[in-house]
Design a protein around this ligand. Structure first.
Ligand SMILES: NC(=O)c1ccc[n+]([C@@H]2O[C@H](COP(=O)([O-])OP(=O)(O)OC[C@H]3O[C@@H](n4cnc5c(N)ncnc54)[C@H](OP(=O)(O)O)[C@@H]3O)[C@@H](O)[C@H]2O)c1
Length: 328
């Protein structure tokens, strides 16, 4: 476990990373993305921040508050239905027209629903897209900008916030779950494919580090769809000993986003922790809510050995090609 004092001490040094860091928060209009954006803006020098989501009025409110937190910050909203891969491409083009480097891509878009398979007009399940395919589309699109940051000796990192450590068996003959959709299968596929993808991308992109993180229980708007705000508050009150306070979640994710213990392969730090594949400083990390290393290695080792990691990535690029007409 990384002690909260260590997290706070580290975050208080982030001005040393220099001015004008660029961060993209996909799902930055609420919850974990929003609180991490606040922590990022508070602790860095003249940062430029992009909040991606659908809720424009919420984004305007956050942007105003970010300005008050750090007068030298610049925050903008990019409106996007992230579940649609074409819309993801448009959002990335908007960012790329303004930035030639991206230091942090932080992805936490998500929904809680008990609805069964719910296809977008692109033929992808909405939840599986928000939790996996759309995140990977952002990542693939913005890899040149992340690499530019990394090869310029700057911070270059991506974090996908979902449920590292809870990897489970995949239905290999139905990765997009067209015929075997259930909430359990959707969670298993999104989680396991996130972990495998981070490792696969780190192997070919040594200038960037790739993290799949589990946030623990955090009282955000996520459960409101099912329980209402009052119901969520009751649930989180009853679970209080296990709940990570929202501010702390932001500080902890900022640590994960910036600490050299999760360094890229190119910039391996002395204190680098063990990566997803069991090698110190491998550039891909599976982290629990407290910054410690996690991962269901029994499942992941098997998938590494038998080539499933590559199969999952080829499947992902195949979905991109069939929906968007190009893999990358
Ligand atoms: N909170 C927890 O206890 C917990 C625990 C384990 C895992 N997680 C995972 O962590 C991630 C973040 O959760 P959170 O608690 O921060 O949730 P949250 O507060 O509900 O935030 C979800 C974000 O996703 C965005 N989003 C949802 N659908 C979208 C769409 N179609 N297009 C664009 N943006 C969309 C929302 O933006 P707009 O409303 O602006 O569209 C919002 O910014 C989720 O994947 C969740 O499953 C959370």
């Amino acid at each position: 476990m990384v002690a909260l004092d260590t997290v706070r001490k580290h975050n208080s040094t982030l001005k040393d990373l220099g001015p004008n860091l660029v961060a993209v928060f996909v799902g930055g209009t609420s919850g974990i993305g929003e609180t991490t954006a606040r922590a990022f803006v508070k602790h860095t020098l003249s940062p430029r921040v992009y909040l991606i989501g659908r809720n424009e009025s919420q984004a305007s409110k956050i942007i105003e508050e970010l300005r008050q937190l750090n007068n030298d910050s610049q925050a903008s909203f990019v409106k996007c239905d992230v579940s649609r891969l074409h819309d993801v491409d448009e959002a990335c083009k908007t960012i790329q027209s303004k930035e030639d480097k991206v230091n942090l891509l932080f992805m936490s878009p998500g929904i809680m629903t008990t609805k069964g398979r719910d296809e977008t007009d692109e033929g992808v399940d909405k939840k599986l897209s928000l939790h996996y395919y759309a995140r990977m589309r952002f990542l693939v699109n913005l890899l040149p900008q992340l690499t530019n940051a990394g090869t310029s000796n700057q911070l270059s990192r991506t974090i996908s916030v979902l449920s590292a450590g809870h990897e489970a068996k995949l239905l290999l003959d139905d990765l997009p779950l067209k015929n075997h959709y259930s909430l359990g299968n959707c969670a298993n596929h999104a989680i396991t494919m996130n972990s495998l993808a981070m490792e696969e991308l780190a192997a070919s992109h040594p200038a960037t580090s790739f993290i799949h993180a589990y946030p623990g229980g955090v009282n955000t708007g996520l459960m409101d769809n099912l329980l209402g705000r009052f119901g969520s508050n009751v649930l989180f009150f009853l679970a209080k000993p296990w709940v990570v306070p929202l501010d702390q979640s932001g500080e902890r994710h900022l640590y994960a986003a910036t600490s050299s213990t999760y360094s890229s392969r190119d910039r391996k730090a002395d204190g680098a922790v063990t990566g997803a594949d069991g090698t110190k400083g491998s550039g891909a990390y599976l982290l629990s809510w407290d910054g410690s290393v996690t991962g269901n290695q029994k499942i992941l080792n098997g998938y590494r050995r038998d080539g499933t990691r590559k199969t999952v990535w080829e499947h992902t690029l195949g979905v991109f090609e069939s929906v968007c007409g190009r893999k990358e």
